[in-house]
Design a binder for this molecule. Sequence first.
Ligand code: PMV
Length: 361
Amino acid sequence: MTVKEFIPSPYTKSVASGNTRYKSPSNIALVKYWGKKENQIPANPSISFTLNECATVTTLSYRKADRPNDAFSFEISLDGKKEEGFKPKIKTFFERVYPYLPFLKEYHFEIETSNSFPHSSGIASSASGMSALALCLMEIERNLDPAMSAEFFNRKASFLARLGSGSAARSIKGSLVQWGEHAGTEGSSDLYGIEYPYKVHSVFNDYCDTILLVDKGQKQVSSTVGHDLMHDHPFSKQRFDQAHANLSKLRSIFEGGDLDGFIGLVESEALTLHAMMMTSRPYFILMKPNTLEIINRIWAYREATKTHVCFTLDAGANVHVLYPKNEKAVVEGFIADELAGYCQNGQFIHDHVGRGAQKIN
Ligand code: PMV
């Protein structure tokens, strides 16, 4: 599909007002997206597990104005409190998606949003937040064009979410979602995420992810700045090639349930992401001493117990501990006994692979 196919023909219906609500999950990348081109086009393909517990619920109320507004008209609140601070980000998002949602200036919107995870926990809410908002907007478009297929609905929701935050493109549908063109993945696109189209061993269907909150502070480097650092980065070409190669390797790992292969690839991806930040100009170290303590504990525990626990990282100090469900009891014990002490206020969140966003009535 091309960008043009997301520009709608004149709508067949008109709607005066209404409201819609979606719950949309966060996701954790296994092959990381780091670096982008113009218009939120990823510099390399990525793939993620969709999460289940870490999610955003957004309610969008809309009312048609007497005549089209000159500017976007909206209010936004988080957990029932007006959030003026979020407005610039939403305004930028509306500007980017306006060519694809021409009704945006015809309505006044009230956006009410809440996250299941603690605010400022260091867990990025942009993937769940932007995908939830994109889905609500698509629901309005479906009311204006009821003939729209479910497939197009999801695809365009991902396309719009991507324009808000790249990783949000992977938070619409499916347990394992790939975003970005990759020669080995049929149907893959830079414009939207797709459900991973190949065979996946059942061990990955209910994989567990416990998020250790090591540093709940404001992100040291915003992802916008981080992506920019990949321009003129001395290792960018090798990194982008590596992401393509890792996606190819994942195919047999997923198919065969090769947990050792999975662990090696996922941990290397996490460390590569951080290595990119350490070797850019300016350079950053986003891990904290406790991040390293946790990684070493995980390695020692894995060696001693022959379990399949491993870690991945986002662009921050928090650690995602990944493990198969049949090791849940022992690994959760290990986390409580040995890792919780390295978390801020002992905080962590048990999550697992989910199935994607849901409409809530
Ligand atoms: O969606 P963004 O622009 O916030 O970028 C997210 C990038 C990482 O979380 C570090 C990796 C990824 O693929 O999710």
